[in-house]
Design a protein around this ligand. Structure first.
Ligand SMILES: [Zn+2]
Length: 301
């Protein structure tokens, strides 16, 4: 696995280094080379949703930086194929949240003065792209959208928060359904209802009722944390393709939230880099930006 990470990091150094050397990522030869390399990692015959979300959210970055983030993002499906945490599957919310925080901490560490700049940038891009994959999967693989969640799961600028089993997500009040339910509580859903009603999970504790947040189960990923009465398979719940014609509306809603969250993660990364390394940390990230005027205003977004 470590070797794989280095292989990808070396590849991304190649992509970034190539365009930096030429000084213009927009030159046709360079752009074509990057596109061809990116194709090798695409999730054919799927739709390029992770790529589109990343481009739409981070369009203000340099083309070579966006390409590196897309490659790292998409390759997460191969490198972390068996990890439910990296894709928010199997109701592994605490694992998914920890994966995001860990990858972003790795990105910040790589932006420090201890690593040569080009290597550090490549490692930071790879680690950040992994975290973006997971935040994007969150909206496609959970019932956030079906529960009516129309805000981001987290909009703080501190490290991505823990999603602790059976805690309430502050932004919506949804209860994280993960593992065995606490005593004297109930989790239910109507398996016979049509989509999207069957995806609505209810959590009851004494006289209070709240919505329950779950994700779909994936057989080949070890560890299933979805309680049997409310468990749904990945196919029953995922909305990661437009080809799922019964849930186009939910697909679009999930994609819009994923774009917003991805844009927000840029702000979080900047804040974390500043917390760790001061202005030198944010200067490293500023060098990734092509068009500062369309970058988010991180004091308000
Ligand atoms: Zn995934």
């Amino acid at each position: 696995m470590l070797q794989d990470v280095h292989r990808h990091a070396a590849f991304i150094v190649g992509v970034v280094g190539f365009s930096l050397t030429l000084g213009c990522a927009g030159e046709p030869g360079t752009a074509e080379a990057i596109e061809e390399s990116a194709d090798a990692f695409s999730t054919a015959p799927g739709e390029p949703n992770h790529e589109e979300i990343t481009s739409a959210a981070l369009s203000f970055l340099k083309p070579a930086v966006i390409s590196a983030l897309k490659i790292g993002n998409v390759s997460t499906d191969a490198e972390f194929h068996f990890s439910n945490a990296a894709h928010f599957d199997d109701c592994n919310f605490s694992g998914g949240a920890a994966f995001i925080a860990e990858k972003q901490a790795e990105a910040v560490a790589a932006l420090g003065p201890g690593i040569a700049q080009l290597d550090g940038d490549a490692l930071a891009l790879l680690a950040f792209s992994r975290s973006l994959h997971a935040v994007q999967d969150f909206y496609a693989h959970t019932n956030w959208v079906e529960l009516g969640g129309d805000v981001l799961v987290d909009q703080s600028l501190t490290a991505f928060p823990a999603l602790t089993p059976y805690s309430a997500v502050p932004s919506t009040g949804f209860i994280v359904v993960q593992g065995k339910k606490p005593r004297e509580t109930a989790v239910t859903r109507d398996d016979d209802a049509p989509y999207p009603e069957y995806a609505i999970v209810t959590f009851r504790q004494r006289r209070t009722t709240a919505y329950g947040l779950v994700s779909g189960t994936v057989d080949y990923e070890p560890g299933d944390h979805c309680p049997p009465p409310v468990a749904m398979t990945h196919d029953e719940l995922s909305k990661d393709k437009t080809s799922l014609t019964d849930r186009v509306e939910q697909h679009l809603a999930a994609k819009a939230l994923a774009i917003q969250q991805t844009r927000h993660e840029w702000c979080r990364l900047n804040q974390l880099a500043h917390d760790a390394w001061g202005d030198a940390g944010t200067a490293r990230l500023a060098a990734w930006v092509a068009d500062p005027s369309s970058a988010p205003d991180c004091t308000t977004e």
